[in-house]
Design a protein around this ligand. Structure first.
Ligand code: KG4
Ligand code: ZN
Length: 336
């Protein structure tokens, strides 16, 4: 087959992104316009503000992706767009834009599930990853464990019952007065602190299933913090360190148990929280002791980007999994 260049578009949350990927593995351009500074003063993403900003920037971001790749609009073989899950208004901007471009250029359109994109970020950098795998997707909106026997099958084996891991980082950061997004600022504070000085629960660790719950952990942080403040013993760095340790321990243990149960030798982590060095380090160490091989994307491919969408779309291009021009956007997962 000739080289296949796919344009990916991603607008599911607060990043406007466009990228061109060749044959599912060579990133020719990867443009990400973050809206973080816009949402920072609200302490979280404001959906309506996100949609409006996507509309303002999507054309320029896409243009830039072509310029950096040294390609003309007519040179691409297909367009891919995230159509689920995410903020509905934000998703609709990308979907409408991609549909009109596909129509104007007469090129096929591919609808990509955002979670599949996050997982695929691993294959962009390591195309030879062996199946079957267990994947831990940890982002602002999701905490899911998946069994993946091939590029075309995803079986959800457990997820969070309430807050996602990234959401917990963001909410705890806000409570402790740390900057948005919470993940990087809690990680930074945790590096100055020590886990174990305060005691937080490892929620659901004792349960023989692959479910998670982080809302209770956030409440435990709040209750303990108020007590510590009364006694004049509240230290933000030690709290950040213990919170991060409690969350990471549960994620790592359950992922390793899933690898054992499903008898896989390969573990992938993906999503914004996969950028967390405590999670990466602990998982790598524990997995190695079990003889497992762990993959995680480089930092810039952990958080939202369109290269992962264009890369994932190549698998769908090869199997002729195309969308029609009446494609819609969906806030939820539908089927994985
Ligand atoms: O994947 P992503 O960019 O967007 C979603 O699909 O949700 O993930 C964003 C989430 C945010 O909650 C952010 O706080 C978290 O990923 N995050 C981190 C780190 N970097 C980003 N969490 C922990 N440690 C980090 N270093
Ligand atoms: Zn994401």
């Amino acid at each position: 087959m000739n080289d296949i260049n796919i344009l990916g578009i991603e607008t599911s949350c607060d990043e406007t992104a466009a990228a061109i990927v060749k044959n599912g593995e060579e990133i020719r351009s990867n443009v990400v316009q973050s809206q973080i500074s816009l949402h920072q003063k609200f302490g979280g993403v404001v959906p309506e503000v996100a949609s409006r900003k996507h509309i303002e920037t999507i054309t320029a971001v896409t243009q830039e992706a072509f310029v950096r790749a040294g390609l003309d609009y007519r040179d691409i073989d297909a367009l891919a767009v995230t159509n689920r899950p995410g903020l509905i208004g934000a998703l609709l901007v990308g979907v409408s834009f991609a549909k009109s471009l596909a129509y104007a250029l007469g090129k096929p359109l591919i609808a990509v599930n955002h979670l599949h994109g996050h997982i695929y970020a691993n294959f962009l950098e390591n195309p030879g990853i062996a199946f079957p795998c267990v994947c831990l997707v940890v982002s602002g909106g999701h905490t899911s464990l998946l069994y993946m026997p091939s590029h075309h099958e995803y079986q959800l084996i457990g997820e969070t019952r309430d807050d996602a891991a990234g959401e917990a980082f963001d909410k705890v950061a806000r409570f402790l007065g740390l900057a948005y997004p919470g993940g990087p600022s809690v990680e930074k504070a945790a590096r100055q602190g020590q886990p174990g000085l305060y005691k937080l629960p490892r929620i659901f660790l004792d349960r023989d299933n692959f479910e998670f719950s982080f809302s209770g952990l956030k409440t435990a942080v709040m209750n303990l913090w108020r007590k510590l403040e009364k006694n004049g013993q509240a230290d933000v760095n030690n709290m950040a360190a213990e919170f991060q340790a409690a969350l990471v321990e549960v994620l790592v243990e359950k992922t390793i148990r899933a690898a054992e149960k499903y008898q896989v030798r390969t573990v992938l982590i993906a999503g914004g929280v996969a950028a967390n060095s405590a999670l990466r380090g602990t998982l790598a160490e524990k997995a190695q002791a079990q003889g497992l091989e762990v993959f995680y994307p480089s930092l810039s491919l952990c958080t939202d980007n369109a290269a992962m969408i264009a890369g994932r779309a190549y698998v769908q291009y090869v199997s002729r999994d195309f969308a029609s021009l009446d494609l819609n956007a969906y806030p939820g997962l539908l089927s994985l």
